[in-house]
Design a protein around this ligand. Structure first.
Ligand SMILES: *Cc1c(COP(=O)(O)O)cnc(C)c1O
Length: 378
C-alpha cells in the first residue's frame, strides 16, 4: 500500500472538511439555503481579494475567467501589451489574438520577472488599452512585480492592468483595491484548495466602465449579467452548486487562518523548499521565485522527465515537470493551498530518494535537513 500524494501546481489536495461538505446531498440553486451560501461566499471572496468590488464566480476552469476578462472589456483592434514569460503568458496572447486584438508581446526570458521599465517604455508610446500579465507564472515559478505594474496603469484613464492570479490568489498578497489592479482572475484548483471547475473575476470601476462600451460578442461569459444576478445573491445559470458549497467551507478556513498567516505560511513553505533544493546542489529556475510553487533545475546529466516518472512509480507522488523551453530541465513542486511543514519535508525526501536512484551524487538528508532548519531551526 502506498498513499497517493499530489504536489502539482493545480489541481492540489482538497481538505477533508471541504470534501465532506461537498459530499452532502445536492440542494437546488433557487432556494434560500443556496442564496445564503452565495451571500457568504460573496463577502468572503471580497475579503480574499481585498476589495470592495463584487467578485464573480464562474463555472469554468481558470481560462474561462481569462477569456471573459478580455471579451468583457476589450474590442477587436484594441492594442494591448502581453507579458509573455511562460506558458500562461502565452495563453493571454492566444486568447487576445483569437478575439482580434492587436497584441504587442513583451517577451521575457523564462524564469525572469518582467522589468516594469520595459512596460513603461511601451506604455509611453500611447494607445494601449491593457497590460496583461501573470502574478504567478506557474510554468516557471516566477512572480511578476504586480504592484509596480499597477503604478504604471492606475493613473491612465483608459488602460487596464489585467492580472492572472490563478496560482497566486490566496498564496501571495495581492491587494486588489490598494494596488489599483483593474481585473484579477483566479481558479478553484490552486490556493483555494478545491477541485477544478470554478473561476473568479473582479473588475475595478475603470474596468466596469470599459465593460459598458465593450462591443465584443459573448453569451455565457457576460459579466454584466452575472454582476446583476450576484447583487441578488444568485447566478444567471445553474451554478456549480457542489463546488460553491465547497468554496464556502474553504474560504471559512482561510478566514480562520487570516490573510497575514496565510501569506506567511506560503512564504515559509516556499523558503523551506528553496533552501532544500539549494542544499541538494540544485539551482532554482526562477530569478524571482513565487511563494506558491518552486521550480528547480534538474542536475546536469539527468533527464527531467525521469524525475517526475520515478516520483510517480516509486512514491505514488505527482509533481510537475517542465513545459516547452523548460521540458526535461526542471521539476516543479507545489506548496499552494492545503500544505503544511511536514508536506515539504515529505516531498523533499521523495526528491532525494528519486535523485539518488537516478545516480545523482549527494549526501542523503541534506535537502530534508535544510528544509527542517528553515521550518523549525532557531
Ligand atoms: C492553472 C493556471 C491557469 C488556468 O488553467 P485552467 O486549466 O484553465 O484552470 C492559468 N494561469 C495560471 C498562471 C495557472 O497557474
Amino acid at each position: 500500500m502506498q498513499k497517493y500524494r499530489l504536489f502539482a501546481p493545480g489541481p492540489v489536495p482538497v481538505p477533508e472538511e471541504v470534501s465532506l461538505q461537498m459530499a452532502r446531498p445536492i440542494i437546488h440553486h433557487r432556494t434560500k439555503a443556496f442564496e445564503a451560501v452565495v451571500a457568504q461566499v460573496k463577502e468572503d471572496l471580497k475579503w480574499l481579494y481585498q476589495t470592495q468590488k463584487d467578485v464573480i464566480t464562474l463555472a469554468s476552469s481558470g481560462t474561462g475567467a481569462m477569456e471573459s476578462a478580455i471579451t468583457n472589456t476589450l474590442n477587436a483592434g484594441d492594442k494591448v501589451i502581453v507579458v509573455d514569460g511562460g506558458k500562461f503568458g502565452e495563453r493571454w496572447w492566444k486568447i487576445a489574438q483569437a478575439y482580434g486584438l492587436e497584441v504587442d508581446i513583451l517577451k521575457v526570458e523564462w524564469g525572469n520577472p518582467v522589468d516594469p521599465k520595459e512596460v513603461e517604455k511601451k506604455l509611453a508610446q500611447g494607445g494601449y488599452k491593457a497590460v496583461l500579465v501573470q502574478a504567478s507564472e506557474s510554468s516557471t515559478g516566477t512572480y511578476h512585480p504586480i504592484e509596480e505594474l499597477a503604478k504604471l496603469t492606475r493613473n491612465r484613464e483608459d488602460c487596464l492592468l489585467i492580472v492572472d492570479a490563478i496560482s497566486a490568489l490566496g498564496a501571495v498578497n495581492l491587494p486588489f483595491d490598494a494596488w489599483g489592479i483593474d481585473i484579477m482572475v483566479a481558479g478553484s484548483q490552486k490556493a483555494l484548495a478545491l477541485p477544478p471547475g470554478l473561476a473568479f473575476i473582479a473588475l475595478s470601476d475603470k474596468a466596469w466602465k470599459m465593460a459598458e462600451s465593450c462591443k465584443t460578442k459573448k453569451f455565457y461569459f457576460d459579466l454584466k449579467r452575472e454582476k446583476k444576478n450576484l447583487e441578488q445573491n444568485t447566478t444567471a445559470f445553474t451554478p456549480a452548486i457542489t463546488l460553491v458549497i465547497g468554496l464556502a467551507e474553504s474560504l471559512k478556513s482561510m478566514k480562520k487562518e487570516g490573510l497575514e498567516n496565510l501569506f506567511a505560511r506560503h512564504a515559509r513553505l516556499a523558503k523551506a523548499t528553496q533552501e532544500a533544493m539549494k542544499a541538494l546542489g540544485l539551482k532554482l529556475y526562477s530569478k524571482s521565485p513565487v511563494n506558491s510553487l518552486t521550480a528547480a533545475c534538474v542536475p546536469e546529466g539527468i533527464d527531467g522527465g525521469k524525475v517526475t516518472k520515478l516520483m510517480e512509480s516509486k512514491f505514488n507522488m505527482t509533481i510537475a515537470g517542465g513545459q516547452d523551453a523548460a521540458k526535461g530541465k526542471i521539476f516543479r513542486i507545489a506548496h499552494l493551498g492545503y500544505f503544511d511543514d511536514l508536506d515539504i519535508v515529505t516531498v523533499v525526501a521523495a526528491i532525494e530518494g528519486t535523485l539518488a536512484e537516478l545516480g545523482y551524487k549527494f549526501e542523503m538528508g541534506q535537502g530534508v535537513g535544510a528544509a527542517m532548519k528553515v521550518l523549525w531551526g532557531k
